[in-house]
Design a protein around this ligand. Sequence first.
Ligand code: IMP
Ligand code: MG
Length: 204
Amino acid sequence: MPKRKKGRQQSSGAPRERVRVLITGGRIQRRIMALAREIRKDFPGEPLHLVSVLKGGVFFLTDLARNIPGEVSFDFIAVSSYGQKTHSSGQVRLTRDLELTRDLDSSIEGKTVIVVEDILDTGMTLQYLLRLFQQRKPKHLRVAVLLDKPERRIAAVHADYVGFSIPNEFVVGYGLDYAERYRNLPYVGVLLLGPGLKKKPAED
Ligand code: IMP
Ligand code: MG
């Protein structure tokens, strides 16, 4: 029987894939604790409303929320731009809006809002969201991203709180997916594809 190479074998017919660890789960947790302290220091005693972008930002939001002392609430929004590909189409669409309590723009009005995103890549998603949220008159509007790929930026947006700045590589894990897979990894890793297990360029 032929020997299997560890980590390379996929179920029959599927392309070979492997994930090389870039940021361990431990480093992610330590960095999130520091970001949570920094956020609380910037807004002492204020109720904070975290808004996460589904689905990638979910683990970051839950870990961040648990580490911010004091009053914290959260909500979710969904946008679509990527589909099954590994690059942004540049078209951002809202697929799930915030929980709208009384009238259309009331849910974040007057609140200190932190948008929580998994990764800041071209910046198109954030630019769209920030414009939308700004119209709803929050008291403060800030952005927290776990990962930042500054080389890929197209839109002029910046994050107030950044977990890690990373090179221009396609990454998965800790909420980030490749065709909906790998979100459950507790770490962030670079996706390697194909028979030679080459890095998948982000703009591929
Ligand atoms: P942007 O609009 O180009 O900034 O893209 C932001 C969204 O693209 C993120 O919220 C992710 O869902 C997705 N994305 C960008 N880079 C990666 C990556 O390396 N791996 C997985 N998803 C990514
Ligand atoms: Mg996302």
